[in-house]
Design a protein around this ligand. Structure first.
Ligand SMILES: Cc1ncc(COP(=O)(O)O)c(C=O)c1O
Length: 345
């Protein structure tokens, strides 16, 4: 992850880096990730609880609440913990107006430039800014932020439009700006601005459908690994697993690996999805069950109980597994369940 941070700084040399560590740092462990990335300029989380966990672990760097706060108690806690807040709707302006004076917040005004999820629309920005500026004694610094909907799609016109709209709104104003997620950092250098907000790239994974992380100079930080707990012979014509969805076309050897949808492997993974057993690529055979998968290791020599089985990692890109599952790497990484022990190496 440190190497990936260095790579991001290389690609966006003029930007400060807000490391996005929400959702348990995309499955990598919130606190260990933040401690590992101590050189980041700030951290970004989605929920107050995540910010409190970081402060509780001694993280003193700026922490941004990407969705802001939703009531006065949360705002008071954000003040106590010196958290930076995103303000994306009128109610949050009102909360800030009504807050007892005393703490001066760093406020990130979120502008909706086309994602249509959170943020003030262009026509509302002047009023929101005026309202914030009028609360001078509650404000340490005001900054501007937007989020891209399609920065990972090279041929989408939307990112250019979002960039242009944001540029118009930010023009003539001296506020620090943040636009770029991982995809925009790499694909839209014009979007880098004062702050970038990488999540996925920090974990060494590519946001682009046609490239893996290593092609961007990143290294996968997570290896999801389990163990072969049984090896069995299956005769030609026999099926394996629930629903009998895999049928041996020849006498086969099948390794049973401890790991299933209870650990975060999608049940939608089809037959043939690669799994590394004994360091060799083998193919998923039959349905993912809660605690186990079966892997056809007929062509792999000397597989035995206790062998490591890699579900994804530096040697088997999570991007590839995600495409087999019909999903995105984000969902696989975030979906690794609580019962999977995290080991730092
Ligand atoms: C507001 C915001 N900024 C940045 C990110 C990081 O995005 P990525 O992981 O694609 O770099 C996210 C993640 O969803 C986000 O919601």
């Amino acid at each position: 992850m440190r190497g990936n941070l260095t790579r991001i700084r290389e690609v966006a040399p003029r930007s400060r880096v807000m490391a996005v560590v929400k959702a348990n740092a995309y499955g990598h462990g919130l606190v260990p990730t933040a401690l590992c990335l101590a050189d980041a300029d700030a951290f970004a989380v989605a929920r107050l609880e995540e910010a409190l966990a970081l402060r509780g672990a001694g993280v003193r760097k700026p922490i941004v609440l990407l969705e802001g706060v939703f009531n006065a108690e949360q705002l008071a806690e954000a003040a106590r913990q010196n958290l930076e807040i995103v303000v994306h709707e009128r109610e949050q302006l009102v909360l800030l107006e009504q807050a007892p004076p005393g703490h001066r917040f760093v406020v990130w005004l979120k502008i909706d430039t086309g994602m249509n999820r959170l943020g003030f629309r262009a026509a509302q920005v002047d009023a929101a800014l005026a309202s914030l500026v009028s609360m001078g004694e509650r404000l340490h610094e005001l900054r501007l932020l937007t989020h891209f909907a399609s920065a990972d799609e090279h041929d989408s016109p939307l990112t250019g439009q979002q960039l242009a709209q944001f540029a118009v709104l930010a023009q003539g104003r001296s506020f620090a700006r943040s636009l770029a997620n991982s995809a925009a950092i790499f694909a839209w250098p014009d979007a880098q601005a004062e702050w970038v907000r990488p999540g996925l790239a920090l974990y060494g994974v590519s946001p682009f459908a046609d490239q893996v992380g290593s092609a961007l100079g990143l290294a996968a930080a997570m290896r999801l690994v389990s163990t072969v707990i049984a090896v069995r012979e299956v005769l030609a014509g026999e099926t394996v697993g629930y629903g009998g969805t895999w049928r041996a076309t020849r006498d086969s050897r099948v390794a049973i690996v401890a790991g299933g949808y209870g650990d975060g492997l999608p049940r939608s993974l089809p037959n043939g999805t690669p799994v590394l057993v004994h360091g060799r690529r083998a193919a998923l055979a039959g349905r993912v069950s809660m605690d186990m998968i079966a892997v056809d290791v007929t062509g792999v020599d000397a597989v035995q109980v206790g062998d490591a089985a890699v579900l994804w990692g530096p040697e088997l890109p999570v991007e590839e597994i995600a495409s087999h599952a019909g999903t995105i790497s984000y969902e696989l990484l975030c979906g690794v369940s609580q019962r999977v022990p995290l080991t730092l190496v």
